[in-house]
Design a protein around this ligand. Sequence first.
Ligand SMILES: Nc1ncnc2c1ncn2[C@@H]1O[C@H](COP(=O)(O)OP(=O)(O)OP(=O)(O)O)[C@@H](O)[C@H]1O
Ligand SMILES: [Mg+2]
Length: 220
Amino acid sequence: MLEIKKLSKTYKEAHGKITVLKDINLKIDAGKFIVLLGPSGSGKSTLLNLIAMLDKPDCGEVLLDGKNILRISEDKKAELRLNSFGFVFQFDSLLPEFTVLENIEFPAIMKGEQNNKVGVELLENFGLAKFSSKMPQTLSGGEKQRVAIMRALRNNPKIILADEPTGNLDADKKTKIFKDFASLAKKGTSVLMVTHDTHACDFADEVYQLTDTHHIKKIK
Ligand SMILES: Nc1ncnc2c1ncn2[C@@H]1O[C@H](COP(=O)(O)OP(=O)(O)OP(=O)(O)O)[C@@H](O)[C@H]1O
Ligand SMILES: [Mg+2]
């Protein structure tokens, strides 16, 4: 479904170039929960940004259903970001002025297609229906991240890109989110999750590691 081929990325620095990703190949099939590990600075966020079309590689391809999404118009990229990808970030990214339900509905509001029914259904599926009209700042860290996952799911994406979504959570809350992702994958939504927590590997279908030399290695 998503295929990364021979992707390389360097950044220009004052004294030369630094290589961040070298010849990365990665295939993400439908319905897979994939974990990406790697030391700080190894290029994990850079790789997610490239997949999300927020940055350009030096060379290589990112194919979504066979189509190179690095070579499409900005309009089409924005459309894919809204419909085919869901994003979950490390830190609290909910809008504080809006209720939980409104936050979940936000990607649909962006399309002019708000329909609280889908948001309510997501809340029910996650067992958080009673939080619907709460404000984000009254939720725990783990609850907020689960709302962020529901928001990422709102437009029924093909793939969720999550960059250290459990970074500031305790062990129990982390496990809950790893389980959420594993069960989403079983229902057909692929998940690519960056983390430093090797416990996530127990829940993943596949595990990759970015090395100090900026190559990618499959470890599960
Ligand atoms: N815009 C940029 N310009 C120059 N260098 C950059 C830029 N963005 C990232 N880098 C460098 O690229 C390398 C990889 O960064 P990246 O954020 O992808 O690492 P990471 O694996 O996500 O690390 P962490 O686990 O700390 O989040 C780092 O050395 C970083 O300093
Ligand atoms: Mg990072």
